[in-house]
Write a protein that binds this ligand. Structure first.
Ligand code: GCU
Length: 137
């Protein structure tokens, strides 16, 4: 299934900064969430059709403490997602979540829920559900 990458550094950032001092990121850098609850990154995801989509978050967490994010789509109920330690700030991992999207523009907001803030966030990758892919010739 084709996937679309959206860079965190191009998203809307509240209480966070774009940095590039830890290698291994894609694009121009990553978002370093401020170490505060409520800091967030909000992506606009354009979905070809309504449905459940897999969203993969590429992140690093160089601490031993989970950096959970509350993920909400289009202002709906948030889902808590854990972003555990990856061993180093230069070690990047992916965490998956399935979210319902409407056709067209969707807002996906990932908000830090602890005073530690979020993990360093590189990008999200959204996969079009298999059953909405156009048939191949
Ligand atoms: C360090 C690290 C940052 C990270 C921060 C944090 O300062 O260099 O990239 O975001 O810790 O704990 O959030």
């Amino acid at each position: 299934a084709p996937s679309t990458d959206l860079q965190a550094e191009d998203a809307t950032i509240a209480q966070g900064v774009v940095e590039s001092n830890h290698a291994g990121f894609t694009g121009r850098g990553f978002v370093n969430y401020d170490n505060v609850a409520g800091s967030y990154v909000e992506f606009t995801i354009n979905a070809p059709t309504a449905g459940n989509y897999e969203v993969k978050f590429r992140f690093a967490n160089g601490t031993a403490v989970d950096r959970p994010l509350n993920v909400a789509v289009n202002g709906g109920a948030a889902t808590g997602v854990g972003f555990p330690g990856t061993g180093a700030w230069t070690t990047w991992a992916e965490k998956s979540l399935t979210v319902p999207l409407i056709a067209g523009a969707n807002k996906l907001r990932a908000t830090a829920s602890t005073a530690n803030g979020g993990p360093n966030l590189d990008r999200i990758s959204t996969t079009v559900p298999a059953d909405t892919e156009p048939p191949t010739a």
